[in-house]
Design a protein around this ligand. Structure first.
Ligand code: TYM
Length: 325
C-alpha cells in the first residue's frame, strides 16, 4: 500500500499529534511505501510568523526523525518544495463545489477563531490536502479524528474527477485509531488537545520532565476520587487513562485496578513518570539532530527528489486528461 500523511509545521508538536498520527506512521513504514510531508503551505492559512517558518519546518523534520521515521524507507519532504501540490490543488478546485468547502468543520472553527484572517486559502485548505494525497495516489491516510472529514472530501473529489475525466485516482481510506484518535486538552477535556491553545493544555514532545510533571499534576480532573474510565461523567480522568494506556500498552481496566483506592494525585504522579520516561529518547534524539542541521536538510532534499518523480507523473496525467496538454 502507499501511505500519505502530513503535519503543519506550526512549532512544537504535542502528544495528540504523536498518538493520533505519528505513532501509526512508525508502524506502517515497516510494510508499506510511505510518504510523509511537512505541509508548510497549509500552515500559512492561519496567522503565523514568517521569520519562524523555516525554523519550524526544520524542527518538524527533526520530530519525524526523532520519533522513528526512517528516511531510508519513507519519503520525508516539504510540501512547498514541490510546486505540483498547489498546481494540482488549483486543478481540483475547479471541480470542488464551494458549498462543500463552506461546511467543513475545521473551516468553520478556524474562521470563527481568526475572524480577521478568513482568507480564501483557509476555505480551499481541504482541496490542497486532497491534492497532497491524490498526487501520490495514496491508498490510505493515517490521521487523527479531526481530519476524517477532509479525507472523506478527498474521496469525493477523486470520484468526481474519475467520473468527469476517466479513471485516474484511487479513493483513499482514512486510518483512524480506535484509541488515541482524539487526545483531549489537559485544561479543558471537552476540547481536543490543540497547538493553538494555551501551553499548559498540551504536552509537547520535547517538554522538559519538570514541565510535563507540572502540566499533568495540574490537569483538570473531575469530581469524585475514583480512577475510572467514563467519557461523559469523567472526561478528564478518561483522557489521562487513555494516554496512560497508549504509552504503557496496558489495558485501561488493568490500570484502573492498579489504582483502586488511590487518589487522583497518586495516579497523576505515576502518569507524569510514564510520559517523562516515554519521551526521554525523543528529547535525546532531538538534541543530537539539532546539531546536525545539514544532515536533516539533506534528508529533506533527498525526499524532495523522490517525491517529485511521483508528483510529476501524476500532474502530467491529470493535465492530459483535463485537456491542458
Ligand atoms: P495537523 O497539523 O493539525 O495535525 C497533524 C496530525 O495530528 C492529528 N491530531 C490529533 N490526533 C489526536 N488527538 C489530537 N488532539 C490531535 N490533534 C491533531 C491530526 O489529525 C493529524 O493527523 N490538515 C492536516 C495536515 C495535512 C494532511 C495532508 C494530513 C495536510 N495535508 C494530507 C494527511 C494527509 C492538519 O492540519 O493536521
Amino acid at each position: 500500500m502507499r501511505i500519505f500523511s502530513g503535519i503543519r509545521p506550526t512549532g512544537n508538536l504535542h502528544l495528540g499529534n504523536y498518538l493520533g498520527a505519528i505513532k501509526q506512521w512508525i508502524a506502517l513504514q515497516e510494510k508499506n511505501e510511505c510518504v510523509f510531508c511537512i505541509v508548510d503551505l497549509h500552515a500559512i492559512t492561519t496567522p503565523y510568523e514568517a521569520k519562524e517558518l523555516q525554523k519550524n519546518i526544520l524542527e518538524t523534520a527533526i520530530i519525524y526523525l526523532a520519533a522513528g521515521i526512517n528516511p531510508e524507507k519513507s519519503i520525508i519532504f516539504v510540501q512547498s518544495q514541490i510546486k505540483e501540490h498547489p498546481e494540482l490543488a488549483w486543478l481540483l478546485e475547479t471541480i470542488t463545489p464551494m458549498g462543500e468547502l463552506k461546511r467543513m468543520t475545521q473551516f468553520k472553527e478556524k474562521s470563527a477563531k481568526h475572524k480577521d484572517y478568513v482568507n480564501a486559502g483557509l476555505l480551499n485548505y481541504p482541496v490542497l490536502m486532497a491534492a497532497d494525497i491524490l498526487l501520490y495516489k495514496a491508498d490510505a491516510v493515517p490521521v487523527g479524528k479531526d481530519q476524517e472529514q477532509h479525507v472523506e472530501l478527498t474521496r469525493n473529489i477523486a470520484k468526481k474527477f474519475n467520473q468527469k475525466f476517466g479513471q485516474t485516482f484511487k479513493e483513499p481510506a482514512s486510518m483512524i485509531l480506535k484509541e488515541g484518535a482524539k487526545i483531549m486538552s489537559l485544561t479543558d477535556p471537552k476540547k481536543k488537545m490543540s497547538k493553538s491553545d494555551e501551553l499548559k493544555s498540551c504536552i509537547f514532545l520535547f517538554d522538559s520532565p519538570e514541565d510535563i510533571t507540572k502540566k499533568i499534576l495540574s490537569a483538570q480532573t473531575d469530581s469524585g476520587k475514583d480512577i475510572c474510565y467514563n467519557i461523559t461523567k469523567k472526561p478528564g480522568i478518561s483522557n489521562l487513562l487513555t494516554i496512560y494506556s497508549l504509552l504503557t500498552g496496558k489495558r485501561i481496566q488493568d490500570i484502573e485496578k492498579g489504582f483502586t483506592r488511590k487518589g487522583y494525585g497518586e495516579f497523576k504522579k505515576s502518569l507524569a513518570e510514564v510520559i517523562v520516561q516515554y519521551l526521554e529518547p525523543f528529547r535525546r534524539k532531538q538534541k543530537e539532530l539539532s546539531l546536525r542541521e545539514v544532515y536533516v536538510e539533506e534528508i529533506l532534499k533527498q525526499g524532495q527528489r523522490r517525491a517529485l518523480i511521483i508528483a510529476q507523473e501524476t500532474i502530467r496525467e491529470v493535465k492530459e486528461k483535463m485537456g491542458l496538454i
